[in-house]
Design a protein around this ligand. Structure first.
Ligand SMILES: [Zn+2]
Length: 271
């Protein structure tokens, strides 16, 4: 499942490749991915041009030159792929063709969203407007980050997974972020010291930036179908149960944290 390093990279590639292109055709094969009827979606998009592609949290945001925006969520995962021509061999649920003969397709692995909004609707839709600032945003300073925890007393992993607090982090990078910060996933925010917050802030940035520097996860394709270089050898404790902690050589454990799993060193990460 794509997280911030992958979303950031793909959105940049989409912007570079698609900005200025005029939409010639749109194929929408699954109505359940959409927020309006397929024929309405198509008639409002065909003939418009892509003005800009950016991201918000784990969403891609495609602004059209007719003041509409398309929001794309890959959900539990998916491929969003660019083609120099219109003849796509891979399976897809969504395909957009451009007047210059290029196209892109989306294949959701499970269930994804492909939504068309006016700017007013976009501002009012809570799944988008309530998203927190992501760690690659310049607003994500230590002061801003520290302020998010005021009055909060949940477990730290639950807090970080909630996209309304900080957007873009999911379970894949969470294991190493918490390990680097020496925090147990179930540690309560009220039990954290000032140094814990500082180390956590640095860990979030260093883990995500390191993946970004390697082109994102090996398990995700970019807009051109290429995987990133951040693979299993780069994880510190994530997905490494029954191997030894790189810091203290105690055996790494897999534990349950709500509906997700967590990989921890029981010695380095105490509650
Ligand atoms: Zn350890």
């Amino acid at each position: 499942m794509a997280e911030l390093p992958e979303i950031f990279k793909i959105s940049r590639q989409m912007d570079r490749e698609l900005a200025g292109k005029k939409i010639f055709g749109l194929t929408l094969l699954q109505e359940k991915n959409l927020n309006i009827l397929p024929q309405d979606f198509i008639s409002r998009c065909v003939g418009a041009s892509i003005a800009k592609v950016s991201y918000k949290g784990k969403w891609f945001k495609m602004d059209l030159d007719n003041h509409l925006s398309i929001l794309v969520s890959l959900g539990m995962g998916g491929d969003i792929l660019f083609y120099e021509d219109l003849n796509i061999k891979e399976k897809y649920q969504i395909k957009m063709d451009f007047t210059d003969g290029s196209s892109f397709s989306i294949k959701f692995w499970w269930f994804g969203r492909f939504l068309l909004f006016t700017q007013k609707e976009l501002a009012e839709d809570s799944s988008i407007s309530d998203l927190g600032v992501d760690p690659f945003n310049e607003e994500f300073t230590y002061e801003y980050f520290r302020g998010l925890f005021a009055g909060k007393n949940t477990q730290i992993k639950n807090f970080l997974m909630d996209q309304k607090n900080i957007s873009g982090i999911g379970n894949m990078y969470m294991h190493d972020i918490l390990f680097s910060a020496r925090l147990h996933p179930k540690k309560k925010i009220s039990d954290m010291k000032e140094d814990d917050f500082k180390l956590l802030y640095q860990s979030i940035l260093s883990i995500l930036r390191f993946s970004q520097s390697k082109g994102g996860s090996f398990y995700e394709k970019d807009f051109y179908g290429n995987p990133g270089d951040y693979g299993s050898e780069d994880f510190l404790v994530g997905y490494k149960e029954n191997t030894l902690c790189p810091r203290c050589s105690i055996v790494i454990e897999k534990i349950k944290t709500g509906s997700t799993a967590a990989y921890i060193c029981p010695n380095c990460q105490k509650i």
